[in-house]
Design a protein around this ligand. Structure first.
Ligand code: SF4
Length: 110
């Protein structure tokens, strides 16, 4: 358990630095962030990479690499439009109240 906690904090620090450069930050919803980071640790243990907790693996390696967290670069237009990533773990830096954000299917992005 201690190892999982440590890994969670390593991922948190690493991902925070990566998404910062993309204009995003970790959601201020601490409970949600903790839950999603824990799921990422479990998925990394199970599959070898921290796949997205909110998107289904296809079994196609090339397609699945596009949902390794943080997957923002692969879904830039979509996430920028929602001002958050699909899971809501990361939000645009200018968002102060993520409760106002919602998931919008990629097919609805103009
Ligand atoms: S939707 Fe968010 S939490 Fe899921 S992989 Fe992409 S960046 Fe990570």
């Amino acid at each position: 358990m201690e190892v999982a906690k440590k890994r969670k904090e390593v991922l948190r620090a690493w991902f925070t630095a990566v998404v910062d450069k993309l204009g995003y930050k970790v959601t201020p919803n601490a409970e949600m962030a903790d839950f999603l980071l824990e799921q990422l640790v479990l998925l990394e243990r199970k599959h070898g990479s921290p796949y997205c907790p909110c998107q289904a693996l296809s079994g196609n390696r090339e397609a699945d690499m596009k949902i390794v967290c943080p997957c923002i670069p692969y879904h830039r237009k979509h996430f920028d439009y929602m001002k958050q990533c699909w899971c809501g773990l990361y939000i645009h830096k200018d968002v102060t109240d993520p409760t106002r954000l919602r998931q919008i299917p990629a097919s609805e992005v103009p």
